[in-house]
Write a protein that binds this ligand. Structure first.
Ligand code: SAH
Ligand code: SF4
Ligand code: F3S
Length: 498
């Protein structure tokens, strides 16, 4: 934890409670003065670990008396939870941060930045120097620092002052008592471990999130059970490499620390749960024990996200992925024989330094063999401080972009064919709400993680007094007849059960 700081400070539960009370008092007096509770807005970049950290930050703010604002422009506190994984995540953050400058008046809104970019000296310095109106910063996953940060800013008043830098503070705690405001109460994100030990040569995550730390098995179960009692139909277990869950505990003497397979099985047995998902599985650590659980437990989602990155063994070696294409294909065979119709999605990087046409074609060949149901495709993005950044060759970028287009085109064909196979079938769908594109359309996800759009009327009432057939609530599991397949989604209509 905070390996790069000699004297990092851990925020204790006592200090957290103490600072939380100070900010809460301020929020109460602000409510008394203005007749309105103070408000907050959190903008999140990056992966689901960041999404969950933002849910915790929102939970802490609500506990202190803040309420969610409709937009950053009208909020009293604006938080940015940042991501360093690719250059476009960095750039989007700086763009949004810059756009707050014109609306900042008399120290409001209070602006805080945290997350992976705030674990990198380069970005910490840029924020302090170029955006002096940022009030406080702290690191990734350190949400327990938030009350400290706010109380420091509030006690300093609204005059000109320096950014409060709490990046040397560690706020990670393995307790289930932190308040959380879940974005989707029917889908609960549960962190099982943080950090990463793998050091893939392109990736910044081990430098921003530190080494692997597994949470206690009991606390994970406790949190998952509580979420299901509160209405979650789905649990999403989060870690950069969930398959190595418990390795650190076993090394430090807890020899019988359960494996990820055991944890997944146990969660799948929670009464009332519809699906347990998990992300991400590293192919090098996907065990036969886990494949057996995936095959045996119907509540384990009928989908796996298994990043391939490249199909060239030479590039996989340079990436330090520690599997080859043959091993990957063997895993796919095993998964498909353990669980018929399991959908498989992946991550692919095009243009890793030194990639030749031959290497790229090797990736296409593995794609042809697997026919992935979905893929996230990325152009290689050099990250300062990672080994691969030193091998980057700008002059290759036109060729790389052309390869990227070919790869996306082929994957689109595969995704569409995979979705077409579901036309005319009736599927169970967990309802999320209105579709992002069209307010009159509802959307949800199947057990194997496909996005489904269908017509229906959304009842916002959580106690669900649905009185007509077309009425549904968020978190309902409905039957949808699939009428049309698209590349990234399915369209259908609600079906009435007899
Ligand atoms: N821990 C996960 C994923 C972490 S980041 C895993 O190992 O699979 C999510 C994805 O971003 C990665 O799978 C990879 O495909 C992509 N990615 C990470 N660093 C990248 C970089 N420097 N350039 C392009 N894509 C990158
Ligand atoms: Fe990054 Fe590799 Fe760790 Fe995934 S496994 S977070 S790609 S270093
Ligand atoms: Fe980004 Fe950090 Fe996640 S770099 S992908 S937010 S772990």
């Amino acid at each position: 934890m905070k390996d790069h700081f000699e004297n990092y400070k851990t925020i204790t539960e006592y200090e957290f409670d103490e600072q939380l009370s100070i900010v809460k008092e301020w929020a109460i007096s602000s409510l008394q003065d203005t007749g309105k509770p103070p408000t907050y807005f959190v903008r999140t970049f990056g992966c689901q670990q960041n999404d969950h950290d933002s849910e915790l930050a929102a939970g802490i703010l609500e506990e202190m008396g803040f309420r969610l604002a409709a937009s950053p422009e009208v909020a009293d506190v604006v938080l940015f939870n940042t991501c360093s994984v690719r250059a476009n995540a960095d750039n989007r953050f700086y763009g949004h941060l810059g756009s707050l400058k014109p609306i900042r008046r008399g120290g409001r809104p209070i602006i805080g930045v945290f997350g992976c970019m705030m674990e990198q000296e380069l970005h910490v310095e840029t924020v302090k120097r170029t955006f002096p109106y940022v009030d406080f910063i702290f690191g990734a996953g350190d949400v327990r620092v938030l009350p400290h940060a706010l109380s420091d800013v509030l006690s300093a008043g609204t005059g000109k002052r320096k950014t409060v830098d709490l990046t040397h503070c560690s706020g990670l705690g393995d307790d289930t008592s932190l308040p959380v405001r879940r974005g989707d109460p029917h889908r609960a994100l549960v962190t099982i471990m943080s950090g990463c030990n793998n050091f893939c040569s392109y990736c910044i995550v081990p430098y921003t999130r530190g080494r692997e730390r597994s949470r206690s098995y009991e606390k994970i179960l406790e949190e998952a059970e509580r979420a299901v009692k509160l209405g979650a139909k789905e649990i999403m277990l989060l870690g950069q490499n969930v398959n190595s869950y418990g390795n650190d505990l076993r090394k430090t003497g807890i020899a019988d620390a359960p494996t990820f397979a055991k944890l997944l099985q146990e969660i799948a047995h929670i009464d009332g749960l519809w699906a347990v998902r998990y992300m991400t599985s590293h192919p090098k650590d996907l065990s036969d024990e886990l494949i057996e659980v995936i095959g045996r437990e119907p509540r384990v989602e009928s989908h796996i996200h298994l990043p391939l990155q490249s199909g060239s063994d030479k590039i996989l070696r340079k990436m330090n992925r520690r599997y080859d294409s043959a091993r990957y294909l063997e895993l796919v065979r095993k998964l498909r024989s353990a669980r018929e119709n399991i959908s498989i999605s992946t991550d692919l990087i095009v243009g890793f330094p030194g990639e030749t046409e031959e290497d790229f074609e090797a990736t296409l060949r593995v794609m042809e063999e697997v026919r992935f149901d979905a893929a996230f495709t990325f152009l290689y993005s050099p990250r300062v401080g990672t080994p691969a950044a030193d091998w980057f060759d700008e002059s290759q970028q036109d060729i790389v972009r052309e390869r990227f287009m070919r790869l996306v085109e082929y994957q689109n064909e595969c995704s569409l064919a995979s979705n077409r196979a579901l036309e005319d079938k009736v599927l169970d769908v967990l309802v999320d709400g209105r579709s992002r594109r069209d307010d009159t359309v509802l959307s949800g996800r199947t057990h194997d993680d496909r996005l489904v759009n269908f017509t229906g009327v959304l009842r916002e009432n959580t106690s669900c007094l649905c009185n007509s057939f077309a009425d549904v609530c968020r978190g309902d599991i409905v039957r949808v007849a699939i009428e049309r397949a698209n590349v990234n989604s399915l369209d259908g209509r609600l079906v009435k059960d007899d």
